[in-house]
Design a protein around this ligand. Structure first.
Ligand code: PDD
Length: 279
């Protein structure tokens, strides 16, 4: 079963999938992306991902080459061709090819890349035990709500976490938690599920919205508000949400054990609810 690539309107083998070195995605990180996964072979929350792609494109004045229906057709065709049990779909849309100049012409043809690869979920043992995280200063730009290709702040944070042998970097801006390097962060205190509010400091995660919806449906109080570093250390529970992490307990932050060092009851309830939803 092959990894599948789709470049500018045509399916090609990965070896033949090429873009120009003058592509503005390569030169400037001038583009956007989405990561979507399948459950049971079907793309999860595709509409929400495509809506976010639209929002990112509009924010950067990027021409959207496809309607949601056309994107959907290409994605479904890619999934069919790859024929993996579960797939990870990556969409990348850049402003296109032009001689290097920071300012751009309005009529550039965007470059579209879509890949479908086999999805490897986190192991059950990692999910059951939870993971460790560390806090790192959030040095990213002021529009983290755009799913931009320019991910240097995230890359450096995640690498710092890797070097420290912890799973995720939890980013702190002016003392408040924004999000993880590749996930959103939720904190439970006194039965309330708290997470940073939507806005320019975080990516509005598709999984975040699904999990907050689940929490509300379960009758759990939800607060979208600033969370200080001290709230994190003193939390009853901490967990991450994201396409690749799903609902993942954090049991230790900066070497400090959260509560009893095990995934808490609300995290487990929401993780089970999430599994029920996607299963
Ligand atoms: N990232 N915040 C950041 C900074 C992210 O990179 C991601 C996901 C999320 C979670 O968003 P969602 O629930 O829509 O996946 C939050 C993807 C998976 C990535 O960059 O690979």
């Amino acid at each position: 079963m092959p990894d599948v690539a789709f470049v500018n309107g045509a399916f090609v083998s990965l070896a033949d999938a090429k873009v120009s070195i003058d592509d503005r995605g390569f030169q400037f990180g001038d583009g956007i992306y989405e990561v979507i996964r399948t459950y049971g072979g079907r793309p999860f929350e595709l509409e929400a991902h495509l809506a976010r792609l639209d929002r990112s494109a509009a924010a950067l004045d990027l021409i959207q080459p496809y309607s949601p229906a056309e994107w959907t057709n290409h994605i479904l065709e890619g999934i069919r061709r790859a024929a993996y049990p579960e797939a990870k779909i990556y969409i990348q849309l850049t402003r296109g090819v032009a001689p290097r100049d920071h300012a751009y012409e309005a009529d550039l043809t965007p470059t579209v890349v879509l890949t479908v690869r086999e999805l490897h979920s986190l192991s059950r043992s990692v999910q059951a035990a939870g993971v460790e995280a560390m806090t790192i200063e959030d040095i990213r730009w002021g529009r983290c709500d755009i799913k931009s290709l320019s991910l240097l702040g995230n890359v450096l944070a995640r690498q710092q976490a890797k070097r420290a042998q912890v799973f995720e970097a939890i980013l702190l801006k002016e003392g408040s938690i924004t999000e993880g390097a590749v996930s959103n962060v939720m904190v439970v205190r006194g039965g309330t599920v708290m997470t940073a509010p939507e806005g320019p400091r975080i990516l509005s995660g598709v999984t975040r919205a699904v999990v907050l919806g689940l929490a509300r449906k379960e009758g759990l109080p939800v607060q979208e508000r600033c969370i200080a570093q001290a709230d994190l250390y003193g939390a009853d529970e901490v967990f991450l949400t994201g396409t690749t992490v799903e609902v993942l307990a954090v049991v230790r932050v900066d070497g400090k054990v959260i509560k009893d060092g095990r995934p808490g009851p609300i995290t487990q309830r929401l993780a089970a609810g999430f599994t029920g939803l996607v299963g």
